[in-house]
Ligand binder design. Sequence first.
Ligand SMILES: *[C@@H]1O[C@H](CO)[C@@H](O)[C@H](O)[C@H]1NC(C)=O
Ligand SMILES: *[C@@H]1O[C@H](CO)[C@@H](O)[C@H](O)[C@H]1NC(C)=O
Length: 240
Amino acid sequence: MLRFAVIFLAVIASSTCQKYGCLEGDTQKLEPSPEPSIQECTLYSKSSCCYADFTKQLAHSPVIKVSKSYWNRCGQLSKSCEDFTKKIECFYRCSPHAARWIHPNNTAAIQAVPLCQSFCDDWYEACKDDSICVRNWLTDWEWDRSGENHCKNKCIPYREMYTNGTDMCQSMWGESFKVSESSCLCLQMNKKDSIAIKYLLSKSSEESSSSSSSSSEERACQNKLLKFEKLKKKEGEKTK
Ligand SMILES: *[C@@H]1O[C@H](CO)[C@@H](O)[C@H](O)[C@H]1NC(C)=O
Ligand SMILES: *[C@@H]1O[C@H](CO)[C@@H](O)[C@H](O)[C@H]1NC(C)=O
């Protein structure tokens, strides 16, 4: 029965249907639902693949560990670096859209989620002086019998581990993320994602998106983003 459910979900996830369900990690729901009392990962409160309870372990600083994975093996992360790490954790655990990029061979994993260059560069800037002992967070730990992670190699600064933001985004979580060539059809783990998601989801339904249709999508996305930013500015002026 479970096996059937797994296959069924995978079929839903790979079809052009707009409903993707959730990834099959150890904390995800079967399907996203609202979490009005969520404390962290609030970007996903309207439709979330994680329970509000899960985010409690992220809702303070410093974060010591998430599930069984310790974040402080090379010392406490700086606040700004920790904030970016939370954004990634929130996306993987809570985003109702993560399953759009489900890995074909591993339904708990994602593949080639398009991140914005600026997001990766800012993330790198925030973390470059923090320390890390794994290049790939998913594979390079030594896991003990109780499932806890330990360093195999010595701690070095992020800026030595990764050459730049692109290298970091495309290495730290294995194949999970890629840096997008577009500055609009990409995620940056904030409210603007809702615009990008709209176009990224419709893109997936076109099996063979020609370069002309993708450039018109790019323009449509940029226009929408511009409008969004103008609206934000107006709102900002009103509340002054
Ligand atoms: C999935 O597994 C198949 C067969 O082992 C392999 O050929 C393919 O490259 C894998 N796909 C990815 C994205 O890893
Ligand atoms: C980032 O580093 C890679 C090598 O890891 C290099 O090929 C690439 O050009 C660099 N990108 C930028 C924007 O500097």
